[in-house]
Write a protein that binds this ligand. Structure first.
Ligand SMILES: Cc1cc2nc3c(=O)[nH]c(=O)nc-3n(C[C@H](O)[C@H](O)[C@H](O)COP(=O)(O)OP(=O)(O)OC[C@H]3O[C@@H](n4cnc5c(N)ncnc54)[C@H](O)[C@@H]3O)c2cc1C
Length: 396
């Protein structure tokens, strides 16, 4: 919670279970001094009727607020967005925690307030998108106890564009004993991103890379293996170590099927409600926070409203804003644009993944778009002239 929001918050009430007893905590805020009053009641083994009444009032009030906000949300075409108008005064806050680079996120995570298991059951989260990002987020959060409403516009989460990814996924496991480490993966990724990526976030990615592979294997992703049964690696992206985990040329497909299996398990257990063929057309804000969405049911054409405690956008890339793209036609920025129109800020929006086959032909000496598979490049292949003694200049 940011400092300014903390001052806006008036009160909160929550119930914890410690040992065999329930405790109810009321916290009142309201002045610049922050916390004014905190009352903790031991409710005993069972919840009392007054405690249940208070809880009901609290949540009724909360949902009424969301409902009011839905009523005031008009789906109209706007000539320009509020954030466009406020551009001069807006400041982009990347929310990267302070501290030593390698410790920023680790320390931040250790100091975050925890949500008790009993309270997780009461929270609802909307997740837009069920590709690799959305499906795994929905499955993981449901496993933790949150109640999830997941949306995608396709007829099944298995149709997400993640299915198209081929090459593999990097992790600093150092299985090949070729000197790999979290730092090397961090460094290579920063370099590969032309030194424009956020360093702390990339470091975090490198730190958790090994766990991601473990999670995928646990979900049943059939990564390539050596004859002895251990996971195989290949070298990708011009790096000098072999750290890419892959499943032939269809890694994305296998990863998505793994994430989909985990998601299906949670749908079956009732923790995830899946809304396929639903396109998010707007985001509903309450006090500046995303608390709901408006979605179009693509079968009936009806506009529907959904509310939650938080909204996660996992709507994928938007390479189709460019003329040449290997992305599916659905990867077209509509969801991110809605968020932008509601005030979300963009950093480096032109920095999307592109495939070398989409670099336009730049001269008549090129017979087609230039591409050398990364796997060939890393096995030492180089471009050579077709004919011996080619007279073309070096840059051609
Ligand atoms: C050809 C190709 C090869 C690749 N190779 C690799 C590789 O080797 N290694 C690697 O790491 N990465 C690779 N990538 C990149 C990687 O595949 C993607 O970055 C990743 O899969 C994106 O996952 P995602 O879940 O964010 O998005 P997606 O899989 O695109 O999912 C987006 C989801 O959002 C939903 N959605 C979007 N808008 C809305 C809306 N308005 N309302 C409701 N739902 C919405 C869609 O229905 C979908 O479920 C490759 C990509 C391509 C195209």
């Amino acid at each position: 919670m940011t400092k300014s929001n903390k001052h806006n918050r008036k009160s909160s009430i929550y119930t914890d279970k410690k040992g065999f007893n329930y405790y109810q905590t009321y916290s009142f805020f309201g002045s610049k001094d922050g916390l004014k009053k905190k009352i903790q009641k031991n409710l005993g083994k069972e919840k009392t009727s007054s405690q249940l009444k208070h809880e009901k009032e609290y949540w009724d009030n909360y949902y009424n607020k969301i409902d009011d906000s839905f009523k005031s949300t008009k789906i109209t075409k706007k000539s320009s967005s509020p954030s466009l108008q406020n551009n001069k005064t807006s400041k982009l806050n990347n929310n990267v925690p302070s501290g030593e680079l390698g410790q920023k996120w680790t320390e931040y995570r250790s100091s975050l307030p925890l949500v008790s298991p009993a309270n997780k059951q009461k929270q609802e989260v909307i997740i837009i998108g069920t590709g690799l990002a959305g499906a795994s987020a929905a499955a993981s959060m449901a496993e933790m106890g949150y109640n999830i409403k997941a949306f995608c516009f396709q007829d099944s989460p298995r149709r997400a564009h993640s299915i198209a990814a081929q090459g593999g996924i990097n992790a600093a496991k150092n299985y090949q004993n070729d000197g790999d480490s979290v730092y090397r993966l961090f460094y290579d990724t920063i370099k590969g991103g032309d030194y424009r990526s956020r360093e702390a976030n990339v470091h975090r990615l490198a730190e958790v890379s090994g766990n991601i592979i473990d999670q995928c294997v646990a979900q049943g992703v059939p990564f390539a293996r050596e004859y002895g049964g251990t996971l195989d690696n290949r070298s990708f992206g011009g790096v000098q170590v072999s750290r890419t985990f892959y499943a032939r040329g269809q890694t994305g497909q296998q990863l998505l099927l793994g994430a989909y299996s985990a998601l299906s398990r949670q749908i079956n257990s009732g923790k995830v409600t899946m809304f396929t063929k639903h396109e998010m057309v707007d985001i509903v804000l309450v006090d500046g926070h995303a608390k709901g969405i408006i979605a179009r049911n693509l079968v009936t054409g009806a506009l529907e409203k959904y509310s939650a405690n938080a909204v996660v956008l996992a709507t994928g890339g938007y390479g189709n804003v460019y003329y040449l793209s290997t992305n599916a036609m659905g990867s077209n920025v509509t969801a991110a644009w809605k968020a932008y129109k509601r005030g979300a800020m963009f950093s480096n929006p032109c920095f999307t993944q592109i495939h070398p086959t989409c670099i336009p032909v730049s001269g008549d000496y090129q017979s087609k778009l230039t591409l050398m598979s990364e796997s060939l490049r890393n096995d030492g292949r180089i471009w050579v002239s077709k004919t011996k003694g080619d007279k073309r200049s070096e840059e051609r």
